[in-house]
Design a protein around this ligand. Structure first.
Ligand code: GDP
Length: 350
């Protein structure tokens, strides 16, 4: 029959088949982290979290904090390549009547996905009525100033060598560091980086984290970043659970590819997660056999989003998850991914 498979159809089918095998092979050898390695890393992070809780309670009993906790891909089975980082979430308690949040789109910066936290009622509750007034800059709660409070504590007044020797780890604050990070050597060749991440949970449930805008302009300094991580990760996992799908595997492969290719380092987990969630709205087949097709589609969709300069956040479409990339970064990412479309296996060579 004239409509039979042509030579090139066959070739393409064979290429897809081998990409499929390569992706799962890559997943087994490069992406997935052995359970034992993950468990030891989690243990080390937990030990340090416990020490810090004791220290903060003793040293600063009146600092209004909720209990600190660990989070991140290490705890969601979404970490890739090496078990080497986690976030220590530090939830601040704010008095409801003294602080209010203003969405970034309603400010002169006009950045959806970022917020200002304004001090209210200063006339009735003067400065220092709230513990966190010490971190107020120009009438707003400054994430930078909050980080500095913890930086002084963590880098200045905690005896890390002493704590480290009790736990049998080598712990030291990483300097300089944007985000206040501890480096923990917990085995001879194993290091773990723990970021302090101060967090505000507003009355409507909005989570804001003290992670600066990447394009560190002075006018951005007071902005808190809205975090969608918990909800977007849960959504991805739920979709996989419904149909035994490969969305999380696809995400992990993509994360590993971005981690191992310097030209793709600027893409982060949230961007990749959202690109996959957007793809899920169009594409139903996420069976294990479809991994290669979906992976190629993910690359193609990223190229498209980069061309448009826009990747909407699934949970809040006005948020552009590419808004912190510079033009040269967009160009380099777009070019690298575009080239990868014709040689996807090149991405897997490490
Ligand atoms: P990975 O670091 O690429 O493995 O990805 P994660 O999913 O662990 O994301 C960690 C990054 O997301 C860090 O840079 C955090 O600053 C940021 N982030 C935003 N919101 C959250 C949150 O609620 N929890 C954690 N752990 N990280 C968050």
């Amino acid at each position: 029959g004239g409509s039979g498979a042509t030579q090139s159809d066959l070739l393409r089918a064979r290429m897809r088949l081998s990409l499929q095998e390569h992706l799962w092979g890559f997943y087994q050898t490069n992406v997935n982290i052995p359970a034992e390695e993950q468990a030891t890393a989690r243990r080390a992070a937990l030990d340090i979290c416990a020490e810090l809780r004791v220290f903060l309670h003793a040293k600063l009993p009146d600092m209004p904090l909720r209990e600190m906790y660990l989070s991140g891909s290490l705890y969601d089975d979404l970490q890739v390549v090496t078990a080497d980082h986690a976030q220590l979430m530090v939830p601040l308690i704010l008095e409801k009547n003294l602080w209010s949040s203003i969405p970034g789109e309603d400010t002169i910066m006009n950045v959806p996905g970022f917020w200002l936290v304004r001090r209210e009622n200063l006339e009735y509750f003067p400065r220092n009525s709230s513990y966190w007034d010490r971190c107020m800059v120009g009438g707003y709660l400054s994430p930078k100033s909050v980080l500095e409070v913890f930086d002084k504590l963590v880098a200045g007044s905690i005896n890390w060598p002493a704590i480290g020797s009790v736990l049998d780890y080598i712990i030291r604050p990483v300097v300089p560091s944007e985000t206040l990070t501890l480096e923990v050597q917990y085995e001879k060749n194993r290091k773990l980086y723990v970021d302090f991440l101060p967090l505000l949970v507003m009355e409507d449930g909005t989570s804001l984290i003290a992670k600066p805008h990447r394009l560190a302009a002075e006018r951005h300094e007071n902005l808190w970043r809205q975090s969608f991580r918990v909800a977007e990760t849960a959504r991805l996992r739920a979709l996989d659970q419904e149909d035994g799908g490969c969305r999380c595997a696809c995400l992990k492969v993509a994360k590993a590819v971005c981690k191992l290719n310097p030209a793709l380092n600027t893409l982060n987990a949230s961007q990749l997660t959202n690109a996959i969630l957007l793809l899920c709205e169009k594409e139903g087949d996420w069976t294990q056999e479809a991994l290669a097709d979906r992976f190629l589609q993910l690359l193609r969709s990223l190229v498209g989003h980069l061309e448009a300069g826009r990747l909407p956040c699934v949970l809040s479409p006005k948020v552009n998850l590419f808004c912190e990339l510079t033009e040269p970064e967009v160009d380099e990412l777009g070019y690298t991914l575009y080239c990868a479309l014709s040689d996807p296996e090149g991405l897997l060579r490490t």
